[in-house]
Design a protein around this ligand. Structure first.
Ligand code: UDP
Ligand code: MG
Length: 342
């Protein structure tokens, strides 16, 4: 951007955040469709692409597009930190009054942003998109997604909307509130419910990925599920208490039954096999619960160490040297990290 740009031009009304991990196949189409939709709305906008350590040509493609369109801004991570942290960085840097988070693969139609803005103008501060239909996804993905949403809904204390992904619009006030949440293992959809404010969902048809493959293999999905559960529920911890009471009651009953059967001359519960089975069973249960405690403990450890959530190698389009505009134009950056301007 050149220094003649006026302050009004500088601070966008709409920010769209897109996490990018190996998305070279979709970037041009993403920019084309997004620009068409946002230009149609007629407010100043910025497209904040967070390059999450892509190994392909995504970064050079983004920078080439930025040469033609300065409204496209690029935050380049020093390595892959994951989609949730890419969204976090986008929200730390985004300057708009309304901030939209969307996937790069065009499964979520950018055209829905208009409808989201209409709800926002009605006074809703979070407008999340609910998937009415998911095309082109494997049966496995559909089943695991459905189990995931149901489980989460049952065991968490926060009302996390079912079948809503990352695609949502948030008012600046919500974004400012969410910037204060600096936990490491984050589940952004849960956090955006947790902060409260006036929320509403709108339905949409989820399309197929425009190009490329999913960047969420099973292990990443499992990790996200664990982060979601541990962030919003103590039930896995309590399970060990419940199970302990249950097993203690059962073994009391076992003692009574054994004593009675022995007294009546019955030869029940003799031999090593039953002892071995009981010991192995209990050993297994104890290890499972140790593992569950470990999941929580590791997350506490990560948070206590308080390393930065992500490292930006370079931010393109932020921190302009010319700072004559009002304070609103300077992005608040709670990560405390100020990369050089481009
Ligand atoms: N993504 C990312 N970092 C990662 C994995 C994914 O930034 O480590 C981005 C990816 O580029 C895409 C979004 O997260 O914009 C969602 O990924 P994808 O569409 O592959 O997930 P799916 O829709 O298959 O669950
Ligand atoms: Mg996708």
């Amino acid at each position: 951007m050149n220094s003649e740009t006026s302050c009004a031009d500088r601070r966008p009304v709409i920010s769209v955040i897109v996490p990018i991990f190996d998305e070279e196949a979709v970037i041009s189409e993403l920019h084309r469709r997004m620009a068409a939709v946002l230009d149609g709305i007629g407010e100043p906008w910025e497209l904040v692409c967070v390059n999450d350590g892509s190994r392909d040509t995504s970064l050079s493609m983004l920078l080439a597009l930025r040469e033609q369109d300065a409204r496209l801004k690029v935050i380049d991570f020093s390595r892959n930190f994951g989609q949730q942290l890419a969204i976090t960085a986008g929200m730390d840097f985004a300057q708009g009054d309304a901030v939209v988070v969307i996937d790069a693969d065009l499964q979520d139609p950018p055209e829905l942003i208009e409808e989201m803005l209409a709800k926002w103008r009605e006074g809703y501060q979070v407008v999340y998109a609910v998937r009415a239909d998911r095309k082109g996804e494997s049966r496995f993905k559909l089943v695991t997604a459905s189990v995931f949403y149901r489980l989460l809904h049952r065991i968490t204390d926060v009302e996390i909307p079912v079948n809503a992904g990352e695609f949502r619009l948030m008012d600046r006030q919500v974004v400012l509130a969410m910037r204060r949440l600096r936990e490491k293992h984050r589940f952004m959809r849960g956090l955006s419910s947790w902060v409260g404010f006036r929320q509403v969902g709108i339905e949409y048809q989820r399309a197929e990925r425009f190009a490329g493959d999913t960047k969420y293999p099973l292990n990443k999905m499992l990790r996200l599920t664990l982060d979601a559960i541990t962030s919003f529920s103590y039930i896995p911890l309590r399970l060990s208490t419940y199970f302990g009471f249950f097993l203690a009651a059962l073994s009391l009953l076992g003692i009574v039954v054994t004593v009675i059967s022995r007294l009546s001359g019955n030869s029940a519960f003799f031999g090593q096999a039953s002892t071995l089975v009981a010991v192995l069973f209990l050993g297994g249960i104890q290890l499972i619960f140790l593992g569950i405690f470990g999941e929580y403990l590791a997350r506490i450890y990560d948070d206590v160490r308080s390393r930065p959530l992500y490292i930006v190698s370079r931010a393109h389009g932020f921190f302009e040297r010319d700072n004559r505009c009002d304070s609103k134009s300077a992005p608040e950056n709670p990560s405390g990290f100020h990369p050089p301007a481009d």
